[in-house]
Design a protein around this ligand. Structure first.
Ligand code: PHE
Length: 506
């Protein structure tokens, strides 16, 4: 016998075991209440179900069907055909059908006539244009007798009747007659001590009031020294409870937003569909850059292209910057810049497109903005790649901004996210100079998380920005994978409701 089970028994569980033992180990809740062992059925059942999860008791349920009167009116008024034979008899044993309809309103005469015929209580005879109801010998006999179905009704009027003790055919008819009779299912519970239960009793159960809950009063009065505390039984079964929670990515997004807004940034967003002009050309991505290729970028067929003429001055400036550097002091990429390529409609490949459209509308310093939004790249799906993912992007436009500030902003963000080991290395992006890439140390591995840099004059000059613009873009899903140690990026989007509920880490 497991000591923990014995020590974990509540006062009422012990009471129930002892009461059951006294009456031979088998009982019902009703009996235990009748003999004064317990006052309430819930007390018995509560303790009994705990004892049965602990294996000390067995609970059996037996369901039995009873019939009860469904409509009390029937018991009072009687069957329609009973009233009809009385009315016909009072009229001399014969009656015009239309006179019966007057005597039994609300269509009850129709029900009555149907049953009069079915039971053979009256015949219908035609006399000229009218139909006459005439009581049969059986109908006359029944004036002073109860019919079989009436006997059943009388019985049910005394109380519920167990299925199997009355004529099922009559019951079926009465159930069909506007539910005069309905079923009532009663559950009979039997409690039985198991061998383990007997063993527990044999090992000696001491019935002492025990304290299950500590109160201030108990502590302050010093009474706690005298009372017995009930031990916890941590092995007892208890139903799992899963409170509502937000999707892990929504929570992580909220966390990212909180960190940036706490640092004084405001959020911005842009469009999913843009011309290549904004996603690439304005950002000084050369037109022969591999990122432009069909296999990397989703170009659209509808709309296929954008008309750029509403900002023709900017288009001309960007053209010059690409071809010879324009007034920026750069030599540009050389060659001929193609307007058609820039007009192509595409799904944005980075949120840096939002950044630059934002700067075009708000070129003034100082500014600190961030975005957390969806981007699209033509990647094949595997454990670390998705064709749609989310970028955390931000910029600082400030006279005093510099490379050190950029590094400390990145470090600060990740440290607030809980990652303190960050490694920075030089990198290349066509739109920033200097540029950096950074990695976070996690689980014994360095993992690449994003890029950053200071926008080149070729990018910001068209908007009249003269001060440094720090810019960065991080992978949001990568962050989630790090945070929850997820090996497969797809797991983040499968949203298996059961896993989401039960997974304690997210
Ligand atoms: N746009 C880059 C990317 O998608 C990230 C980046 C943003 C780099 C801003 C530099 C500056 O990977």
């Amino acid at each position: 016998m497991d000591r923990e089970i014995l020590e974990g028994l509540s006062y009422n569980e012990k009471r129930l075991l002892l009461a059951m033992d006294k009456i031979g180990g088998v009982s019902t809740p009703e009996e235990l209440i009748a003999n004064g062992s317990f006052a309430l059925e819930v007390e018995v059942m509560g303790s009994a179900s705990w004892l049965s999860t602990k294996g000390l008791m067995q609970m059996d349920e037996e369901q039995s069907v009873f019939y009860v009167l469904g409509d009390e009116k029937v018991a009072k008024d009687g069957l329609a055909e009973r009233r009809a034979i009385t009315i016909i008899n009072d009229a001399g044993g014969r009656m015009d059908m239309s006179a019966l309809a007057e005597a039994m309103p609300n269509g009850e005469d129709k029900i009555a006539v149907g049953w009069l015929k079915r039971k053979g209580l009256a015949d219908i005879v035609k006399e000229g244009d009218s139909k006459i109801l005439a009581l049969t010998d059986l109908g006359k006999e029944m004036l002073s007798k109860r019919m079989p179905d009436e006997e059943v009704i009388d019985k049910l009027a005394q109380g519920p009747v167990a299925k199997g003790t009355v004529d099922e055919k009559i019951i079926k008819d009465l159930k069909g007659r506007q539910s005069m009779v309905v079923e009532d299912v009663k559950v009979k519970r039997t409690l039985k001590l198991t061998d383990m239960g007997r063993e527990a009793i044999a090992s000696g159960i001491e019935l002492k009031e025990e304290v299950a809950q500590i109160t201030d009063n108990l502590i302050q009065s010093g009474k706690w020294k005298e009372v017995d505390f009930r031990k916890y039984d941590v092995q007892t079964f208890a139903p799992a409870f899963y409170p509502a929670k937000k999707h892990p990515l929504s929570r992580l997004g909220a966390e990212v937003r909180k960190i940036y807004t706490d640092m004084g940034f405001t959020e911005f967003d842009g469009e999913y569909v843009e011309p290549a002009f904004w996603d690439l050309d304005v950002l000084f991505v050369p037109q022969d850059h591999p990122a432009r290729e069909l296999q990397d970028t989703f170009y659209l067929s509808n709309p296929k292209k954008f008309d750029l003429s509403s900002y023709e001055d900017l288009v001309q400036m960007v053209k010059k910057i690409h071809e010879n550097g324009g007034d920026t002091g750069s030599t540009g990429w050389g060659g001929k810049w193609s307007r058609e390529m820039a007009e192509q409609a595409m799904l944005r490949t980075h949120t840096t497109v939002n950044t630059i459209t934002y700067i075009s509308k708000h070129p003034e310093a100082p500014a600190k903005v961030f975005s957390l939004s969806r981007i699209f790249r033509k990647e094949s799906i595997d454990a670390t790649h998705l064709p749609e993912f989310t970028q955390i992007e931000g910029i600082v436009i400030d006279e005093n901004a510099n490379f050190d500030m950029l590094i400390s902003l990145i470090k600060e963000f990740y440290s607030k996210m809980g990652f303190d080991q960050i490694r920075i290395r030089p990198a290349y992006f066509p739109y920033t100079e200097p540029s950096l890439e950074f990695e976070v140390f996690f689980n014994g591995k360095w993992m690449e998380l994003g890029g950053a840099g200071i926008f080149r004059p070729e990018v910001v000059a068209p908007f009249g920005v003269k001060v440094p613009v720090l810019a960065w873009g991080f992978g949001f899903e990568r962050l989630a994978m790090l945070k929850w140690n997820i090996k497969d990026i797809r797991d983040l989007y499968i949203s298996d409701i059961d896993d989401l509920k039960k997974n304690p880490t997210f």
